[in-house]
Design a protein around this ligand. Structure first.
Ligand SMILES: Nc1ncnc2c1ncn2[C@@H]1O[C@H](COP(=O)(O)OP(=O)(O)O)[C@@H](O)[C@H]1O
Ligand SMILES: [Mg+2]
Length: 268
């Protein structure tokens, strides 16, 4: 199998924290969230464009705090409110809800009030732009019990986000924004990813001029960068198996990056 196959697969989107790369920007945001979660705040809003690292950040917080705190990660919401409340019921009451039973919201609120000051449950709510305003209102009411602390993560560009932000205007105590990274960080990201998987030779050939090109195409967005790198290595893999003479192991190919960009529709 081509070693470019391995390189390619490194850039599959993943929020597995074993794949986490320490970058200054990510560490900075991590510390902000970590501090906020430790303080008695009610709600924290984490926002940023898709692909800026929100989910992996939440997962890291979760993994690092799960033995010290009552903390739970809620991923992409189901469209069904009942699902959410069943899950919520379980983490708050520590009991399973009998099958086919619906959670009574008032009972849930009373329960939360009863644990106020005794327990603190932290819910990391990912993809919160998908919750409708009715759900957001319930989340607000839950957070007002002061027994539940929410970290609400949402995309920045969506219209829904504005609704949510408006909704929580007076409740959100802290806002943390994730942005695309700069060229240096992008370079470290790509290099560290490859080095983590022992692809030193390949990492060595990726120079600033390649990073510049990738940066111009992806604007430093992790997800876009993953797509670009995946496609580029896919092209490498193809030639490696079939037309090896087209590959120069010593020099990374700008042409392949450009071909990848065309295939992804970045360049027309
Ligand atoms: N610090 C990091 N270390 C490793 N991979 C990262 C890091 N930040 C982002 N990524 C990668 O970028 C992709 C997008 O990040 P993600 O957390 O899913 O963004 P968002 O939730 O904001 O859309 C992830 O799948 C992951 O592969
Ligand atoms: Mg996400």
């Amino acid at each position: 199998m081509s070693r470019y196959n391995k390189a390619k697969n490194i850039f599959i989107d993943s929020i597995d924290i074993d794949e986490y790369i320490e970058l200054d920007s990510a560490e900075y945001s991590y510390n902000l969230i970590y501090d906020s979660v430790s303080r008695p705040l009610k709600m924290i809003l984490l926002f940023g464009r898709p692909g800026t690292g929100k989910s992996i950040l939440l997962n890291r917080i979760y993994q690092n705090l799960k033995y010290q705190k009552e903390i739970h990660y809620f991923d992409a919401p189901s469209l069904d409110q009942r699902e959410f409340f069943r899950k919520f019921f379980k983490v708050v009451t520590l009991k399973d809800l009998p099958k086919n039973t619906e959670v009574n919201f008032t009972t849930l609120i009373d329960y939360c009030k009863s644990i106020q000051g005794k327990r603190e449950v932290i819910i990391l709510l990912d993809e919160a732009q998908m919750y409708d305003s009715n759900m957001l209102e319930k989340i607000r009411v839950l957070s007002d019990t002061r027994a539940i602390k929410f970290v609400i993560s949402m995309h920045k560009t969506d219209n829904e986000e504005l609704i949510a932000k408006e909704h929580f205007k007076t409740r959100i105590w802290e806002t943390i924004e994730l942005v695309n990274v700069n060229k240096e960080e992008l370079k470290r990201y790509i290099h560290k990813k490859l080095l983590k998987h022992n692809l030193f030779d390949i990492a060595d050939t990726i120079k600033s001029k390649h990073i510049n090109l990738i940066y111009n195409l992806t604007k430093g967005n992790f997800r876009e960068c993953n797509k670009m790198m995946f496609k580029t290595f896919e092209i490498y893999e193809y030639y490696d198996l079939d037309k090896k003479y087209k590959i120069n192991d010593k020099k990374f190919s700008k042409k392949f990056i450009e071909m990848a960009a065309i295939r992804l529709g970045y360049i027309k």
